[in-house]
Design a protein around this ligand. Structure first.
Ligand code: PLP
Length: 385
């Protein structure tokens, strides 16, 4: 897999000087924070994009049947999901869909349950739309995060709570929820009439034999469901990617669709369309190579921590291309941890408390990069404490 050789030339968020200054207090850091990858896109996607722009214009485009056919085949083969074309809406980003879901499917002041530590935009969107965050904290048992179902049941039964947002695979803790866990979630949503929003953006990065199950498998049992996903993380396309909202229930879908229409957000982007269809048709080999690289990079982290007899603990990921590092044996003050790790290592990592205070004393490291970068990065972090 080829590394992106333009990383230093491109205006990427992960190397934006002002952001590095603001968040990490300097510009010359090894960037292992934003969740995109350091690899070039798959060769067939590169080729298809070149072909699309050569000798061509950019007239208004629509999404042809061939795109849906490729998508349907991919969803069947990869996730055993029978995709129904009518269920799919296109939205500029997952945060756009989440915002519309909050605004149109819940009311101001409603409680929305999330499972911290979790991707920070869930909390931001709930707050910005004037809903209330309720936390069903994940439990860390023997280096593995678990859902606290007793607590979830209690939170779900609170009359003010109207929705649950889950992240599968879970960013940042790396769990891939099992069928048994998902069906317990469905039971609870049914019992307490909760809107279920499942963010499945990390679905393709599954590791060490763990397999991803989409909530779409349970749509017949509970269709008060919005599945948000995208192929952006899987194929390193966030700079040109739309997202999908897959909504089996007609009324819910119409509500979200009307809002997307109201703001004219459904236009087809020609480059996105080409990249998507090619990824579905020819991206499989590239993706399995990526998974293998991520697994090897996890092993490098384990090896280095072991070799250095480090007190930093790895929460071994089942999915995503991030690792969640536990510094609790070394620090008791999260700000001090962040400052010391960042300044001494000159590696930019996400502070765990960005994902809620439950993430304090942890840090997230993006390992979608070369083995050399991962080895260097973790050695610097180990040396920093
Ligand atoms: C769980 C989760 N959802 C959504 C996103 C971003 O979605 P989008 O690329 O559509 O903005 C991220 C990015 O890190 C994520 O981790």
């Amino acid at each position: 897999m080829k590394l992106d050789t333009k990383l230093k030339e491109l205006p990427l968020v992960k190397t934006k000087p002002a952001s590095l200054d603001h968040l990490f207090g300097g510009q010359d850091l090894q960037s292992m924070w934003v969740a995109d990858s350091d690899f070039q896109i798959a060769a067939p996607i590169q080729q298809a994009l070149i072909e699309r722009i050569t000798d061509a214009g950019f007239g208004y485009e629509y999404k042809p049947d061939s795109l849906f056919e490729a998508q349907r085949t991919w969803y069947k083969r990869q996730y055993d999901v029978d995709l129904v074309p009518e269920y799919i809406l296109y939205s500029p980003s997952i945060p756009t869909t989440l915002t519309f879901a909050m605004e149109e499917l819940t009311a101001p002041g409603d409680g929305i349950i999330i499972q911290p530590p979790v991707w920070n935009d869930f909390r931001n969107i709930i707050r910005r739309t004037k809903r209330k965050v309720d936390k069903n904290l994940l439990k860390l048992l023997d280096s593995r995060y678990e859902i606290d179902f007793e607590d979830l049941e209690e939170k779900a039964s609170a009359p003010n709570n109207k929705a649950l947002i889950i992240c599968n695979p879970h960013n940042p803790v790396g769990r891939v929820w099992t069928k048994s866990e998902l069906s317990q979630i469905i039971d609870i949503c049914q019992r307490y009439n909760l809107l279920l929003i499942s963010d499945e953006i990390h679905k393709d990065i599954t590791l060490f034999g763990h397999s991803f199950t989409s909530m779409l498998h349970y749509a017949k049992e509970w269709d008060k469901l919005v599945v948000c996903t995208s192929e952006a993380k899987s194929f390193n396309l966030p700079g040109i990617m739309d997202s999908l909202a897959i909504i089996p229930n007609d009324n819910i879908r119409k509500t979200v669709s009307d809002t997307l229409k109201k703001y004219h957000l459904g236009r087809t982007n020609a480059l996105t369309r080409v990249a998507l269809e090619t990824a579905y048709r020819q991206g499989e080999a590239w993706l399995s190579e990526l998974r293998q690289i991520i697994e090897e990079n996890v092993s490098i982290i384990e090896e280095e921590l072991h070799h250095a007899k480090s007190s930093i603990k790895l929460i071994r990921p089942e999915g995503t291309f991030q690792v969640w590092l536990d510094f609790r044996a070394i620090f008791s003050d999260t700000k001090l941890m962040f400052k010391q790790v960042t300044q001494n290592s000159q590696v930019a990592l996400n502070a765990g408390h960005w994902y809620g205070r439950e993430g304090a004393l942890f840090m997230r490291m993006n390992i979608a990069t070369s083995a050399e970068q991962v080895r260097q990065g973790i050695q610097k972090v180990i040396g920093a404490v």
